[in-house]
Unconditional design. Structure first.
Length: 278
């Protein structure tokens, strides 16, 4: 497992294959393992990277630094260190927001965007997760939360809330992995700290990409209970994606529940970007 240094913290990532670069960015509470099926499928034709964001997976979880600026800077630093240009950014939830924020700053460095369940205040607000995020924003007990472990049954409920009815081939393995991750120390602290940053994503609810912006694909699970697919459809009116995908039986973890759909969407996004370039 390679790592790179970001402002004194170790950020873990996977790297595989060769060809045009793809970078995968995960959601809050997840890690790079959610993209396992896509990495395995695309590594044969692309240069694939999947990061563990600060505080998650095998990356360091420091006491502070969980700001929107830090996360966007992390993405920028990783792409710069690896000299990745003309990259396809694939994000999920918070990862989608980071991909979009980075591309707004550096549109010329991005070939295409695949945004799975993009997190914004509007897509979060109608859900139970949105209510929990409001509580997290008003509770500043990071030092206490850093010592709290989520009990196994509660972790199971958290992961179960992210699933619909679709069943990907490796879903049981990924679910077990995420369940274990949620019981690790500091997970509540990191997620609560980031939740205070979510209101700052409101700019994405009004962002209308210019005509020369990299092409966007959006993917939603119709049974998503973490974010609102209905609000996502409203968001698409301003994002104007070239392709809108809705997976009827999937919930929030659509890349795990319907892995082939997401993999095909990434492939199509790359081909579409090539045709736009030509």
């Amino acid at each position: 497992m390679p790592t790179f240094d970001f402002r004194g913290t170790a950020i873990a990532y996977d790297e595989a294959g060769s060809g045009e670069p793809i970078v995968f960015l995960h959601n809050l509470g997840g890690d790079r393992r959610i993209w396992g099926a896509q990495v395995e499928a695309l590594r044969h034709t692309q240069h694939v990277f999947a990061l563990d964001l600060l505080g998650y997976g095998d990356s360091d979880a420091p006491d502070d630094g969980y700001t929107l600026e830090n996360y966007v800077a992390l993405v920028e630093a990783f792409l710069a260190e690896r000299d990745l240009r003309e990259v396809t950014l694939v994000g999920h939830c918070f990862g989608s927001a980071l991909a979009l924020l980075h591309t707004r700053r550096h549109p010329g460095r991005v070939r295409s965007l695949v945004l799975s369940s993009p997190l914004t205040p509007a897509t979060l607000r109608p859900t139970r997760t949105g209510w929990a995020a409001v509580l997290g924003r008003n509770v500043r007990l990071d030092s206490v939360l850093a010592r709290v472990r989520i009990p196994g049954p509660a972790a199971g409920l958290i992961v179960g809330e992210q699933l619909g009815a679709a069943r990907g081939n490796d879903i049981d393995e990924v679910v077990a992995h995420l369940w274990t991750r949620w019981t690790e120390p500091r997970r509540l602290m990191v997620t609560a700290a980031i939740s205070r940053q979510i209101p700052r994503l409101a700019e994405l609810d009004e962002f209308a990409p210019p005509s020369d912006f990299p092409p966007i694909t959006t993917i939603w699970g119709a049974r998503n209970r973490v974010l609102s697919a209905r609000a996502g459809a409203v968001l698409n009116r301003t994002l104007r994606p070239v392709r809108e995908i809705v997976v009827d039986d999937a919930g929030h973890l659509v890349m795990v529940e319907a892995p082939d759909v997401v993999t095909d969407a990434v492939r199509t996004a790359i081909r579409g970007a090539r045709s736009v370039d030509s």
